[in-house]
Design a protein around this ligand. Structure first.
Ligand code: TEU
Length: 573
């Protein structure tokens, strides 16, 4: 855990940009790298830029070796990687290999006939039978993450193919070695040859399906298909596959550069997390776990429920406690393109408390052990959009889930109402609105006139934009910048600390813990409420050194153990 590596200390930023046609352009992205430098980021995670029909925001790839023409050319991405290197910034790219697009040449071939040599590169099954209307019945009860059956019937050959996500995202058959090697060569090798420093491995726990494709337990009574995780997540050969792919990567890199690989895996138990990330086993360097971002979600992601601060605390701790004194490593994140805005979800997005609660979340993030990821707009304290009608949502997940639930329960049912209400809080679209560069109407500098592909979050005119925040020394952006500096200065205990221990775990407003590194003991106190609350100094420690907090030092009495609304502090005990 404590062995230093660049990929452990990286501050990874993820963002997109556009030009006048309303779409993201990687040429212009280059000119924004200096803003990232200013924030303190030293790595970027570039979202999927590959050729794609864009059914799922580019996570449906039709050619791994070609950039989607609307985003630019291959040369634009090679140039971005080079320019970033020139500034000391590493580049991580998305590796989406549980599935490809149904428009990929491999799938088109596979689909063409039952005896095509590539048929077995994907997962095909005969119908279980036919219903009274002659409709084919899917082979089992697995549901798609995006609603409905996980199987899509293909008239041409009379079989179903598996697609855990959108209709146009057929799952690869990882059991086939020839397929695996083709994936490694095209999706991994090509980009390693062009200098990338690592991969964010999409759905990295789903490649090995349970043999026999068994039905799954019912977790959502009343729905015709059920969440497939028990039959697809962390399956029997998953570690073997990751070891094999990691070996391919190591052999392919010729200049000795060390790669950051981050697997997106809701692994569940600490043992499973360790199995993926142990340095000795050489599978993946770190994981995006889901414990903390799953609190308050109903099973199957069909709506939201209230949650306690203690559940959030446990989620946060679970993400990295498993690495304590092991040879594993972890990540720190609270937002990404699949998560809503953290200020709305875990802070307070009212005008009165938005900034201070965004800064409190920045304190939490910069205090935790692991590689830190900041998602575009998080550094501005962006919040969810509000009161959008269901028709305005873009996300394939929302569209699929909504249609499915309406089919099952009816548009006026409580289940559908709950689902739609929940979207205000958790839809992925909140984090996908165009980036607000300025306060300028109508498109915040994202485009120079043409309507962008997706509406903006309206708050860009209320000060939540890059230009205004960069200028304002008290902005959320400038707080993040300082917090990142503090994280780097005290990187031993902040970035690498161990022995994470909660203080007063049951407290409903205070989130407090200690962490150690050598002789150093860090004490973090965070007020997750708009009330003034008390905290206690730890027994057995006589003196405290204040390190950092989100209220200006001149405004607080450091000898008092009370915290203002959404106030947080770091101390050395
Ligand atoms: O996400 C996988 C995943 O687990 C999510 O679909 C998650 O279940 C969902 O977002 C909960 O709201 C990855 C990508 O991050 C996502 O953007 C893609 O849609 C998905 O894979 C398919 O490639």
């Amino acid at each position: 855990q404590t062995e230093p590596k660049w990929w452990k200390e990286a501050i990874v930023y993820r963002f997109q940009d556009s030009n006048h046609d309303g779409w993201v352009r990687y040429q212009r992205y280059v000119s924004k790298l200096s803003t990232l430098k200013e924030l303190g980021a030293n790595a970027i995670w570039i979202c999927p830029f590959y050729d794609s029909p864009q059914e799922d925001m580019g996570y449906d790839i039709s050619d791994y070796e070609k950039v989607w023409p609307r985003y630019g050319t291959n040369e634009d991405i090679f140039n971005l990687i080079d320019r970033a290197h020139g500034l000391g910034i590493k580049s991580i790219v998305d590796l989406v290999i549980n599935h490809c697009s149904s428009e990929h040449a491999w799938f088109k071939e596979a689909r063409s006939s039952l005896d095509n040599p590539k048929r077995d590169w994907f997962i095909w099954k005969a119908p279980k039978g036919f219903d009274s209307n002659g409709k084919p019945i899917p082979p089992n009860t697995w549901r798609s993450f995006f609603g409905g059956s996980a199987w899509r019937y293909d008239e041409h050959t009379g079989q179903f193919y598996l697609r855990l996500f959108a209709k146009g995202q057929p799952d690869f058959n990882w059991e086939n070695e020839v397929t695996r090697n083709a994936i490694y060569e095209s999706a991994v090798g090509f980009w390693l040859d062009h200098g990338v420093d690592g991969f964010r491995i999409d759905t990295a726990g789903l490649y090995s399906k349970q043999p026999g494709f068994p039905d799954v337990p019912i977790i959502n009574p009343g729905l015709d298909f059920q969440h497939p995780d028990p039959a697809i997540l962390n399956g029997p050969r998953i570690h073997e596959f990751h070891k094999e792919m990691n070996k391919f990567m190591r052999e392919r890199v010729k200049d000795g550069r060390e790669l950051l690989t981050v697997g997106e895996i809701p692994c569940g138990t600490h043992d499973v997390c360790k199995a993926y990330t142990s340095a000795k086993d050489q599978e993946i360097t770190q994981l995006f776990e889901f414990e903390h971002v799953s609190v308050g979600r109903k099973p199957g992601n069909v709506g939201v429920v209230n949650f306690k601060l203690s559940e959030f605390k446990d989620g946060i701790a679970a993400r990295f406690q498993f690495i304590d004194k092991t040879d594993s490593w972890s990540t720190v994140y609270i937002e990404n393109h699949d998560q809503p805005r953290s200020v709305t979800r875990f802070g307070d997005d009212s005008p009165e408390y938005r900034e201070i609660s965004a800064k409190l979340l920045a304190l939490l993030e910069t205090s935790l052990t692991g590689t830190l990821y900041v998602y575009q707009g998080q550094e501005l304290g962006m919040i969810n959009f509000r009161d959008w009608p269901i028709e305005k949502y873009e996300d394939v997940e929302v569209k699929g889930m909504y249609k499915w639930m309406v089919d099952q329960f009816g548009a006026d049912s409580d289940q559908v109402k709950d689902y739609v209400n929940g979207l205000q809080l958790i839809s992925r679209d909140h984090a996908r609105t165009p980036f607000p560069w300025t306060s300028e109407a109508p498109y915040a500098g994202f485009t120079d006139g043409k309507e962008p592909w997706f509406p903006l979050t309206e708050t860009f005119q209320e000060g939540i934009n890059a230009e205004d925040e960069l200028k304002d020394p008290k902005s959320v952006f400038n707080f993040w910048k300082t917090a990142i500096e503090v994280r780097k200065t005290h990187k031993d205990v902040l970035n690498y600390g161990y022995d994470f221990t909660f203080v007063d775990h049951a407290n409903k407003k205070l989130f407090a813990f200690t962490k150690k590194f050598g002789e150093k003991v860090l004490y973090v106190v965070l007020n997750f409420s708009k009330e003034e609350i008390e905290f206690s100094f730890l027994e057995g420690y006589n003196s405290y050194d204040y390190i950092f907090g989100n209220y200006p030092e001149a405004e607080i009495d450091l000898d008092l153990t009370s915290l203002q609304p959404w106030e947080g502090r770091f101390y050395y005990a």
